[in-house]
Design a protein around this ligand. Structure first.
Ligand code: BJW
Length: 246
Protein backbone atom coordinates (compact mmCIF):
# COMPACT_ATOMS: atom_id res chain seq x y z
CA UNK A 1 0.00 0.00 0.00
CA UNK A 2 1.43 3.42 -0.92
CA UNK A 3 1.45 6.22 1.67
CA UNK A 4 0.57 9.66 0.35
CA UNK A 5 2.18 12.78 1.76
CA UNK A 6 1.20 16.40 1.32
CA UNK A 7 3.31 18.08 -1.31
CA UNK A 8 3.72 21.83 -0.67
CA UNK A 9 2.22 24.00 -3.42
CA UNK A 10 5.51 25.87 -3.76
CA UNK A 11 7.26 22.68 -4.94
CA UNK A 12 4.54 22.05 -7.52
CA UNK A 13 4.75 25.67 -8.68
CA UNK A 14 8.55 25.51 -8.88
CA UNK A 15 8.39 22.42 -11.08
CA UNK A 16 5.64 23.87 -13.29
CA UNK A 17 7.68 27.04 -13.84
CA UNK A 18 11.06 25.35 -14.09
CA UNK A 19 13.28 25.97 -17.09
CA UNK A 20 15.76 23.25 -16.14
CA UNK A 21 15.24 20.48 -13.57
CA UNK A 22 18.21 18.46 -12.35
CA UNK A 23 17.62 15.18 -10.51
CA UNK A 24 20.18 13.15 -8.57
CA UNK A 25 19.18 9.61 -7.64
CA UNK A 26 20.76 7.08 -5.30
CA UNK A 27 20.24 3.48 -4.23
CA UNK A 28 16.97 4.27 -2.42
CA UNK A 29 15.12 4.77 -5.71
CA UNK A 30 15.80 1.14 -6.64
CA UNK A 31 15.00 -0.26 -3.18
CA UNK A 32 11.37 -0.80 -4.16
CA UNK A 33 12.61 -2.84 -7.14
CA UNK A 34 14.27 -5.22 -4.67
CA UNK A 35 17.82 -3.90 -5.17
CA UNK A 36 19.49 -3.48 -1.75
CA UNK A 37 20.80 -0.04 -0.77
CA UNK A 38 24.39 0.31 0.44
CA UNK A 39 23.94 1.63 3.94
CA UNK A 40 20.58 0.23 5.11
CA UNK A 41 21.11 -1.05 8.67
CA UNK A 42 19.43 -4.44 8.13
CA UNK A 43 19.52 -5.21 4.45
CA UNK A 44 22.07 -2.74 3.05
CA UNK A 45 24.95 -4.22 1.04
CA UNK A 46 27.50 -2.84 3.48
CA UNK A 47 25.70 -4.54 6.42
CA UNK A 48 26.98 -7.87 5.09
CA UNK A 49 30.14 -6.92 3.20
CA UNK A 50 33.11 -4.64 3.82
CA UNK A 51 32.95 -1.79 1.28
CA UNK A 52 36.69 -1.38 1.17
CA UNK A 53 37.20 -5.08 0.35
CA UNK A 54 34.63 -5.09 -2.43
CA UNK A 55 34.50 -1.57 -3.84
CA UNK A 56 38.07 -0.30 -3.83
CA UNK A 57 41.11 -0.79 -6.08
CA UNK A 58 43.05 -2.16 -3.07
CA UNK A 59 40.33 -4.75 -2.35
CA UNK A 60 40.36 -5.85 -6.00
CA UNK A 61 44.12 -6.17 -5.98
CA UNK A 62 43.95 -8.29 -2.80
CA UNK A 63 41.20 -10.68 -3.91
CA UNK A 64 39.85 -10.14 -7.45
CA UNK A 65 37.96 -13.46 -7.41
CA UNK A 66 35.97 -12.39 -4.32
CA UNK A 67 35.17 -9.02 -5.89
CA UNK A 68 34.04 -10.70 -9.12
CA UNK A 69 31.81 -13.13 -7.18
CA UNK A 70 30.10 -10.16 -5.49
CA UNK A 71 29.61 -8.27 -8.73
CA UNK A 72 28.26 -11.39 -10.56
CA UNK A 73 25.76 -11.87 -7.72
CA UNK A 74 24.66 -8.24 -8.07
CA UNK A 75 24.45 -8.50 -11.89
CA UNK A 76 22.11 -11.49 -11.51
CA UNK A 77 20.00 -9.72 -8.88
CA UNK A 78 19.64 -6.53 -10.95
CA UNK A 79 18.94 -8.45 -14.19
CA UNK A 80 15.87 -9.95 -12.49
CA UNK A 81 14.71 -6.59 -11.05
CA UNK A 82 12.17 -4.34 -12.78
CA UNK A 83 11.91 -0.53 -12.78
CA UNK A 84 9.38 0.71 -10.21
CA UNK A 85 6.90 3.65 -10.23
CA UNK A 86 9.64 6.08 -9.14
CA UNK A 87 11.83 5.27 -12.17
CA UNK A 88 8.79 5.56 -14.43
CA UNK A 89 7.72 8.89 -12.89
CA UNK A 90 11.13 10.41 -13.67
CA UNK A 91 10.94 9.11 -17.24
CA UNK A 92 7.59 10.90 -17.53
CA UNK A 93 8.95 14.10 -15.96
CA UNK A 94 11.19 14.65 -18.98
CA UNK A 95 8.08 15.26 -21.11
CA UNK A 96 6.63 17.77 -18.60
CA UNK A 97 9.54 20.22 -18.23
CA UNK A 98 11.57 22.10 -20.86
CA UNK A 99 14.85 20.48 -19.79
CA UNK A 100 15.69 17.60 -17.46
CA UNK A 101 19.13 16.37 -16.47
CA UNK A 102 19.03 13.00 -14.72
CA UNK A 103 22.18 12.06 -12.82
CA UNK A 104 22.25 8.69 -11.09
CA UNK A 105 24.76 7.24 -8.67
CA UNK A 106 23.18 3.86 -9.40
CA UNK A 107 24.89 1.33 -11.62
CA UNK A 108 21.76 -0.76 -12.24
CA UNK A 109 20.43 0.72 -15.52
CA UNK A 110 16.84 0.81 -14.19
CA UNK A 111 16.26 4.44 -15.24
CA UNK A 112 17.06 3.57 -18.85
CA UNK A 113 14.85 0.48 -18.66
CA UNK A 114 12.01 2.74 -17.41
CA UNK A 115 12.41 4.94 -20.52
CA UNK A 116 14.75 7.74 -19.36
CA UNK A 117 17.23 8.83 -22.02
CA UNK A 118 20.65 10.48 -21.66
CA UNK A 119 21.10 9.38 -18.06
CA UNK A 120 24.42 10.47 -16.55
CA UNK A 121 25.81 7.37 -14.79
CA UNK A 122 28.02 9.06 -12.21
CA UNK A 123 29.41 5.80 -10.78
CA UNK A 124 29.44 3.76 -13.99
CA UNK A 125 27.43 0.69 -14.97
CA UNK A 126 27.30 -2.76 -13.40
CA UNK A 127 27.03 -4.53 -16.75
CA UNK A 128 30.10 -2.90 -18.31
CA UNK A 129 33.49 -4.63 -18.04
CA UNK A 130 36.77 -2.78 -18.44
CA UNK A 131 40.44 -3.68 -18.85
CA UNK A 132 42.24 -2.78 -15.64
CA UNK A 133 45.37 -1.76 -17.57
CA UNK A 134 43.90 0.34 -20.38
CA UNK A 135 40.47 1.25 -19.01
CA UNK A 136 38.74 0.37 -22.30
CA UNK A 137 35.36 -1.42 -22.42
CA UNK A 138 35.80 -5.09 -23.30
CA UNK A 139 33.88 -8.34 -23.87
CA UNK A 140 35.21 -11.14 -21.72
CA UNK A 141 34.90 -14.87 -21.20
CA UNK A 142 32.54 -14.71 -18.27
CA UNK A 143 33.11 -18.28 -17.16
CA UNK A 144 36.59 -17.42 -15.82
CA UNK A 145 36.83 -16.77 -12.07
CA UNK A 146 38.71 -13.54 -12.89
CA UNK A 147 38.10 -12.65 -16.55
CA UNK A 148 40.97 -11.17 -18.56
CA UNK A 149 41.22 -8.57 -21.30
CA UNK A 150 41.17 -10.30 -24.73
CA UNK A 151 43.56 -7.63 -26.11
CA UNK A 152 46.33 -7.45 -23.51
CA UNK A 153 45.69 -10.27 -20.99
CA UNK A 154 45.40 -7.92 -17.98
CA UNK A 155 42.63 -8.56 -15.44
CA UNK A 156 39.15 -7.33 -16.32
CA UNK A 157 37.11 -5.35 -13.76
CA UNK A 158 33.54 -4.14 -13.38
CA UNK A 159 33.00 -0.75 -15.08
CA UNK A 160 32.01 1.06 -11.90
CA UNK A 161 33.66 3.79 -9.80
CA UNK A 162 35.23 2.53 -6.59
CA UNK A 163 36.25 4.53 -3.50
CA UNK A 164 39.32 6.64 -4.17
CA UNK A 165 38.74 6.61 -7.94
CA UNK A 166 37.87 9.67 -9.96
CA UNK A 167 34.54 10.21 -11.66
CA UNK A 168 34.60 10.12 -15.51
CA UNK A 169 35.38 13.66 -16.65
CA UNK A 170 32.32 14.03 -18.89
CA UNK A 171 29.97 12.79 -16.11
CA UNK A 172 31.53 15.12 -13.55
CA UNK A 173 31.52 18.18 -15.82
CA UNK A 174 28.01 17.68 -17.22
CA UNK A 175 26.52 17.00 -13.78
CA UNK A 176 28.07 20.02 -12.07
CA UNK A 177 27.20 22.25 -15.05
CA UNK A 178 23.56 21.06 -14.80
CA UNK A 179 23.46 21.58 -11.02
CA UNK A 180 24.77 25.12 -11.44
CA UNK A 181 22.30 25.89 -14.25
CA UNK A 182 19.06 24.29 -12.98
CA UNK A 183 16.31 26.16 -11.16
CA UNK A 184 14.91 23.08 -9.37
CA UNK A 185 17.03 20.21 -8.01
CA UNK A 186 15.61 16.92 -6.69
CA UNK A 187 17.75 14.61 -4.55
CA UNK A 188 16.07 11.20 -4.44
CA UNK A 189 16.96 8.14 -2.38
CA UNK A 190 20.53 9.00 -1.47
CA UNK A 191 22.19 9.23 1.93
CA UNK A 192 24.21 12.23 0.60
CA UNK A 193 27.32 10.80 2.22
CA UNK A 194 29.45 10.08 -0.82
CA UNK A 195 31.32 12.86 -2.59
CA UNK A 196 31.61 14.34 -5.12
CA UNK A 197 27.98 13.25 -5.92
CA UNK A 198 26.65 14.80 -2.69
CA UNK A 199 28.24 18.10 -3.73
CA UNK A 200 25.74 18.46 -6.59
CA UNK A 201 22.94 19.53 -4.23
CA UNK A 202 25.30 22.05 -2.64
CA UNK A 203 26.25 23.40 -6.09
CA UNK A 204 22.55 23.79 -6.97
CA UNK A 205 21.87 25.58 -3.66
CA UNK A 206 24.81 27.93 -4.24
CA UNK A 207 23.42 28.74 -7.69
CA UNK A 208 20.03 29.68 -6.20
CA UNK A 209 17.97 26.63 -7.20
CA UNK A 210 15.12 25.26 -5.10
CA UNK A 211 16.49 22.04 -3.68
CA UNK A 212 14.15 19.22 -2.62
CA UNK A 213 15.02 15.92 -0.94
CA UNK A 214 12.86 12.79 -1.25
CA UNK A 215 13.79 10.14 1.30
CA UNK A 216 11.96 8.23 4.06
CA UNK A 217 14.82 9.06 6.48
CA UNK A 218 16.65 12.29 7.28
CA UNK A 219 20.13 12.48 5.76
CA UNK A 220 23.40 14.28 6.33
CA UNK A 221 22.24 17.15 4.11
CA UNK A 222 18.52 17.34 5.04
CA UNK A 223 18.93 20.61 6.92
CA UNK A 224 20.51 22.22 3.85
CA UNK A 225 17.56 21.46 1.55
CA UNK A 226 14.69 23.90 1.01
CA UNK A 227 12.19 21.05 1.35
CA UNK A 228 12.33 17.46 2.53
CA UNK A 229 9.55 15.14 1.37
CA UNK A 230 9.75 12.32 3.87
CA UNK A 231 8.48 9.21 2.08
CA UNK A 232 9.35 6.46 -0.35
CA UNK A 233 10.32 7.49 -3.86
CA UNK A 234 7.85 4.98 -5.33
CA UNK A 235 4.90 6.88 -3.88
CA UNK A 236 6.18 10.48 -3.57
CA UNK A 237 7.50 10.83 -7.14
CA UNK A 238 4.35 9.56 -8.93
CA UNK A 239 2.24 11.89 -6.73
CA UNK A 240 4.55 14.82 -7.50
CA UNK A 241 4.53 14.17 -11.24
CA UNK A 242 0.75 13.77 -11.24
CA UNK A 243 0.37 17.10 -9.41
CA UNK A 244 2.42 19.03 -11.93
CA UNK A 245 0.72 17.34 -14.90
CA UNK A 246 -2.78 18.39 -13.72
C1 BJW B 1 14.90 5.42 0.03
C2 BJW B 1 14.05 4.34 -0.07
C3 BJW B 1 12.92 4.54 -0.86
C4 BJW B 1 15.64 3.71 1.18
N1 BJW B 1 12.74 5.72 -1.46
N2 BJW B 1 14.70 6.57 -0.57
C5 BJW B 1 34.99 14.80 0.38
C6 BJW B 1 34.68 14.65 1.70
C7 BJW B 1 34.75 13.39 2.30
C8 BJW B 1 35.16 12.27 1.59
C9 BJW B 1 35.47 12.42 0.27
C10 BJW B 1 35.38 13.67 -0.33
N3 BJW B 1 35.71 13.53 -1.64
C11 BJW B 1 36.00 12.23 -1.87
C12 BJW B 1 35.88 11.53 -0.74
C13 BJW B 1 36.13 10.08 -0.63
C14 BJW B 1 34.97 9.23 -1.07
C15 BJW B 1 33.78 9.51 -0.17
O1 BJW B 1 32.88 10.27 -0.47
N4 BJW B 1 33.72 8.84 0.97
C16 BJW B 1 32.60 9.00 1.93
C17 BJW B 1 32.01 7.64 2.27
C18 BJW B 1 33.11 9.75 3.13
N5 BJW B 1 34.64 9.46 -2.46
C19 BJW B 1 35.30 8.85 -3.43
O2 BJW B 1 36.23 8.09 -3.21
C20 BJW B 1 34.87 9.16 -4.86
N6 BJW B 1 35.98 9.55 -5.65
C21 BJW B 1 36.57 10.74 -5.54
O3 BJW B 1 36.14 11.60 -4.82
O4 BJW B 1 37.68 10.91 -6.36
C22 BJW B 1 38.55 12.03 -6.10
C23 BJW B 1 39.39 11.66 -4.90
C24 BJW B 1 40.14 10.53 -4.95
C25 BJW B 1 40.94 10.21 -3.85
C26 BJW B 1 40.91 11.00 -2.71
C27 BJW B 1 40.09 12.13 -2.68
C28 BJW B 1 39.35 12.47 -3.79
C29 BJW B 1 34.30 7.91 -5.52
C30 BJW B 1 33.08 7.41 -4.86
C31 BJW B 1 32.65 6.08 -5.47
C32 BJW B 1 31.46 5.48 -4.77
N7 BJW B 1 31.27 4.15 -5.22
C33 BJW B 1 30.12 3.40 -4.75
C34 BJW B 1 30.19 1.98 -5.35
C35 BJW B 1 29.81 2.05 -6.83
C36 BJW B 1 29.96 0.74 -7.51
C37 BJW B 1 29.01 -0.30 -7.03
O5 BJW B 1 27.77 -0.09 -7.01
O6 BJW B 1 29.49 -1.36 -6.68
O7 BJW B 1 28.90 4.07 -5.15
S1 BJW B 1 29.97 3.36 -2.96
C38 BJW B 1 28.21 3.49 -2.92
O8 BJW B 1 27.82 4.76 -2.32
C39 BJW B 1 27.77 3.56 -4.39
C40 BJW B 1 26.67 4.58 -4.33
O9 BJW B 1 26.44 5.13 -5.62
C41 BJW B 1 27.19 5.58 -3.32
C42 BJW B 1 26.12 6.43 -2.71
O10 BJW B 1 25.23 5.65 -1.97
P1 BJW B 1 23.67 6.00 -2.00
O11 BJW B 1 23.16 5.84 -3.38
O12 BJW B 1 23.45 7.30 -1.37
O13 BJW B 1 23.08 4.78 -1.14
P2 BJW B 1 22.94 4.64 0.45
O14 BJW B 1 22.73 3.22 0.74
O15 BJW B 1 24.03 5.33 1.15
O16 BJW B 1 21.61 5.48 0.78
C43 BJW B 1 20.35 5.03 0.34
C44 BJW B 1 19.31 6.06 0.78
O17 BJW B 1 18.07 5.65 0.26
C45 BJW B 1 19.14 6.15 2.30
O18 BJW B 1 19.20 7.53 2.70
C46 BJW B 1 17.73 5.60 2.56
O19 BJW B 1 17.04 6.25 3.63
C47 BJW B 1 17.06 5.88 1.25
N8 BJW B 1 15.95 5.02 0.90
N9 BJW B 1 14.57 3.29 0.72
C48 BJW B 1 13.65 6.71 -1.27
N10 BJW B 1 12.02 3.53 -1.00
Amino acid sequence: MSESIDIPDSIIAALRDARHVCVLTGAGISAESGVPTFRGAQDGLWAKFDPYELASPAGFERDPALVWRWYRWRRELVAKAEPNPAHRALAKLSSLVPRLTLVTQNVDGLHQRAGSRQVIEFHGNLFVTRCIAEGCVIDVDDTAEVPVCPNCGAAARPGVVWFGETIAEHALNESFAAAADCDTFLSVGTSSLVYPAAGLAEAATDAGAIVVEINPEPTELSSAFNFTLQGKAGSVLPDLIESIAL
